[in-house]
Design a protein around this ligand. Sequence first.
Ligand code: NCD
Length: 337
Amino acid sequence: MNFAGSHILSVQQFQREDVELIFSIADRMAPYAHRRRVTRVLDGAILGSMFFEPSTRTRVSFGSAFNLLGGEVRETTGFEQSAIAKGESLYDTARVLSGYSDVIAMRHPATGSVAEFAAASRVPVINGGDGSNEHPSQALLDLYTIRAELATKRRSLDQLRIAMVGDLRFGRTVHSLCKLLSLFPGVRVVLVSPEALKMPPEIVDELRATEHQVLESDQLESSISNVDIVYSTRIQEERFSSQEEADLYRGKFRLNQSVYTHNCEPNTVIMHPLPRDSRENARELDDDLNENPNLAIFRQTDNGLLVRMALFAMILDVVDQVDRHARDVNWYTASRF
Ligand code: NCD
């Protein structure tokens, strides 16, 4: 696809070569994301960051990625702080805010809302999550992380074996990740969820149509025994009609060090889009895994910067200028990457 000036609304926009191009550009962002070099390539550009649902890492990493390319961020968070609370339509909001920004990153609780907003926007819009539908930049950073983790084992994405665990019905990250995986051959996906929280059938059908092996299960232990990746997810309680309903599923699948040791192959990679629910009655990914070297969750969040920088550079068509507007950093940088 041609990225310059394009909206990023769904992973279904991408072909395999688009994903590989994003990843190769993300690789080139490392010196900037890792604070060894500074670039001012987006000097003067403005990101409109509009998050109408709770967000920590997606919102901050979109903003940081833009800052790292030298651009500035204007943000609005929550409906109550915005004129949407006064009844303003998405159309009007998009017409207005696209006059103040060069690109917009947006999250909203309704499926299709970001696409509706984008249709009225005068600048490119990136979907930071629309309800339970999609979260394309998360799927890209997840796949980028999977690629990097497998590379340490001299493996490629082809023939990947992955278990996705938890709320597969409402989890937009796993929806986007499944769709993205269908671009790679021979993937085996094990979908582990309670019956009521199964992956939407149209996503499973799409994987099967592209000749991937898909298994569905409601048992954690037996499903994680021969996979490369376990991708755990939080019960999306904000999408249930009642708290009581969410309570039925919270804490149902708990991956901890003991479950890992007894069931997983050595060096199985553990992932989660975060936030993990660390409350006592949830703990889908236990803190006792924190020292496990195969826990990749913070490598995922770090990689989010690289992937989002790549997307901005591609959409604003500055990829080949990034290094020309660069210098070494002036300050002390801790070696945290
Ligand atoms: C996820 C989301 O918002 O969809 N978080 C994220 O963006 N990394 C997952 C979640 O909220 O459980």
